[in-house]
Design a protein around this ligand. Structure first.
Ligand SMILES: Cc1cc2nc3c(=O)[nH]c(=O)nc-3n(C[C@H](O)[C@H](O)[C@H](O)COP(=O)(O)O)c2cc1C
Length: 327
C-alpha cells in the first residue's frame, strides 16, 4: 500500500499524514511541531507576509528540524512542505519559488492554478510536487503537468473544498493516475486515516484538527468556536473569495453579516491574500466537517499521539477479521 511513497517519507514519518497548509493558521511553530511528531508539516508561503520573511521562516524550519535530528538521530522527523498558489493573481510566485529552490523544500503543494511553473524547479533538486484539485478535469490537467502527487480535496473539507465524494473521486483518478494520492476532507481520527488507505489513498490531509492546536497561529476565539461548533454550523459559499469554501456561520454572524443573505461572488480573485487585505479570513473563519469532533485545544504532539493510537487499534481490529472474512 505504501510503495508509491518514497522512503524519504515512509522512513521519517509516524503516520501517513500531512498537516495541511492553512492560510493565517500554519506557521513555523506548527510546521516544526508536526514534523517532530512525525507527520509532514506544511504552510502556505503567503503566511509569511513578504518574501524576506519567508526566507527567515525557511531558515528557522530547516535549522530547527536539523538540530532535532542531530540531538536524536533515531527520531522520525518528517519532511516539511509549502503551499504555493500558482494562480495568475499571485505576484509573489517567482521570488517564493526561488526560495523554495534555495532551501530545497522537500514537498511543494500547488493550488488554485496549474502546477506547471513549479514542476521543473522543484524536480531540479529532487523535491516532490503535489497539486491540490477538487474535480476530475483539474486532476487530469495537473497529472499531465508531470506532478508526483494529487491532493483530492473532497466534500466537507475546510478551506476551498470540493463537492465530490472520496469514494467516487479517488477511484476515478486512479483510472488515469498512478502517482501518489493524498485524500483530503473532514478527517479527524486514526480510523479515518485507515479508511482512506482502504479506499486507495497513499497519504491523508488533516486541516481543521490542526487549527485547534497550541502551536497554530489561529485566534483563541476561533479555536473556541471550533470546540463549540458542529458540522451544522458550516456554510458552503463563494461569497468571500469567489471560490467555494466551508465557513463557520457563527463567525459570519459575529462580523455582522447574515449568513442566509450572502451574495455569490462570481469572479475568483486571490489578490487579497497577497496584498495583506486578509479581512475575510482574519475574521470570517473556515473549518471542515471534522469540526464536529474538535473537543479541545491541545499540543500537536498530543493530537498525533491520539491519531496514532487510534490507527494502530483499527489495524489490530482488522487483523482479527470479522463475520465475513471468516466464511
Ligand atoms: C482556515 C483554513 C485555511 C486554509 N488555507 C489553505 C491555503 O492557504 N492553501 C491550501 O492549499 N489549502 C488551504 N486550506 C485547505 C487545507 O489545506 C485542507 O485542504 C483542508 O483543511 C482539509 O480538510 P479538513 O480541514 O476537513 O481536514 C485551508 C483550510 C482551512 C480550514
Amino acid at each position: 500500500m505504501t510503495q508509491r511513497i518514497p522512503s524519504s517519507i515512509t522512513e521519517h514519518t509516524t503516520l501517513p499524514v500531512i498537516a495541511a497548509p492553512m492560510f493565517l493558521v500554519s506557521g513555523v511553530e506548527l510546521v516544526t511541531a508536526a514534523c517532530k511528531a512525525g507527520v509532514i508539516g506544511t504552510f502556505p508561503v503567503l503566511n509569511a507576509r513578504t518574501s524576506e520573511a519567508l526566507d527567515d521562516w525557511m531558515q528557522q524550519i530547516t535549522g530547527e528540524l536539523a538540530a532535532a535530528q542531530t540531538s536524536d538521530p533515531s527520531a522520525r522527523i518528517a519532511p516539511w512542505g509549502i503551499n504555493l498558489i500558482t494562480h495568475r493573481t499571485n505576484h509573489r510566485l517567482q521570488p517564493d519559488l526561488d526560495l523554495t529552490v534555495k532551501y530545497k523544500t522537500p514537498l511543494v503543494i500547488t493550488s488554485l492554478g496549474s502546477p506547471a511553473p513549479a514542476v521543473e524547479a522543484v524536480h531540479s533538486y529532487g523535491g516532490l510536487v503535489f497539486s491540490d484539485v477538487i474535480n476530475l478535469s483539474f486532476a487530469k490537467k495537473a497529472a499531465q503537468a508531470g506532478i508526483d502527487g494529487l491532493v483530492l480535496v473532497c466534500a466537507g473539507a475546510g478551506g476551498h473544498a470540493g463537492t465530490l465524494s472520496p469514494f467516487a473521486f479517488l477511484k476515478a483518478v486512479r483510472e488515469f493516475f498512478d502517482g501518489i494520492i493524498v485524500l483530503a476532507g473532514a478527517m479527524s481520527s486514526g480510523r479515518d486515516i485507515r479508511a482512506a488507505q482502504v479506499l486507495g489513498a497513499d497519504l491523508v490531509y488533516f486541516g481543521t484538527s490542526f487549527i485547534a492546536t497550541t502551536e497554530s497561529l489561529a485566534d483563541k476565539t476561533y479555536q473556541q468556536m471550533l470546540v463549540d461548533a458542529t458540522m451544522d454550523d458550516l456554510i458552503y459559499t463563494n461569497a468571500f473569495s469567489g471560490a467555494y469554501a466551508n465557513m463557520l456561520k457563527p463567525s459570519i454572524v459575529a462580523a455582522g453579516i447574515d449568513p442566509e443573505a450572502l451574495k455569490p461572488k462570481d469572479t475568483v480573485d486571490f489578490s487579497h491574500l497577497v496584498s495583506g487585505e486578509t479581512k475575510a479570513w482574519k475574521h470570517i473563519w473556515s473549518a471542515g466537517q471534522g469540526v464536529n469532533f474538535v473537543r479541545q485545544v491541545e499540543p500537536v504532539a498530543d493530537l498525533v499521539t491520539r491519531l496514532r493510537r487510534e490507527y494502530v487499534a483499527v489495524v489490530a481490529e482488522e487483523q482479527r477479521g470479522d463475520a465475513w472474512t471468516k466464511l
